[in-house]
Design a protein around this ligand. Structure first.
Ligand SMILES: [Zn+2]
Length: 172
């Protein structure tokens, strides 16, 4: 990849994410939004979802069971593989993960709260990267669909992953 091409890709990536942060879709229970960029051996992603879809509630915990559910979720979110899993043959490992929510900081005020999840993988065999499974759909019962945008050297594609159709083909 030329330097210019890399720069353009990087700029697009940043644009995409700033747009994502400011003009994301409406907060709709059961629905998440995922943006994934594949660049060489790197997979970067951002996932946004109502906390209700992960926990069944999205206010600060009111009892021990809810406190435990929130703690368990934080533990789960230490790995990006809780949300997205590249096919094994690509030998990808997690590089970065960042989970943000007003429920984690104790700052939840309104009726609603989102999870903002950013992650990256580095793949040992990127030429064998064939698919990404949106495992969040099987991990979280209330999550019904994840609108996904995939950006790669092949261009940009958008589609909706559902429980019975949770694999994103990387190569068309
Ligand atoms: Zn809500």
């Amino acid at each position: 990849m030329t330097k210019m091409r890399a720069l353009i890709t990087k700029t697009l990536f940043l644009l995409m994410f700033s747009e994502y942060a400011s003009a994301h879709g409406p907060h709709a229970h059961g629905k998440g939004e995922l943006e994934i960029t594949i660049q060489g051996a790197a997979i970067r992603g951002a996932f946004r979802v109502p906390m209700e879809s992960l926990l069944g509630f999205e206010y600060l915990p009111k009892n021990e069971a809810q406190r435990k559910a929130l703690d368990d979720l934080r533990q789960q979110l230490k790995s990006p593989a809780t949300i997205v899993l590249p096919n094994r043959e690509a030998e990808c490992s997690a590089r970065m993960v960042e989970a943000t929510s007003s429920l984690f900081t104790g700052m939840a005020k309104g009726e609603h709260s989102d999870l903002e999840f950013r992650f990256s993988f580095e793949c040992g065999a990127p030429d064998r990267l064939a698919s990404l499974e949106v495992v969040a759909l099987s991990q979280f019962r209330r999550l019904q669909e994840v609108r996904t945008v995939l950006v790669s050297a092949r261009g940009q594609r958008a589609f909706t992953a559902r429980k019975k159709d949770s694999k994103i083909a990387v190569a068309p």
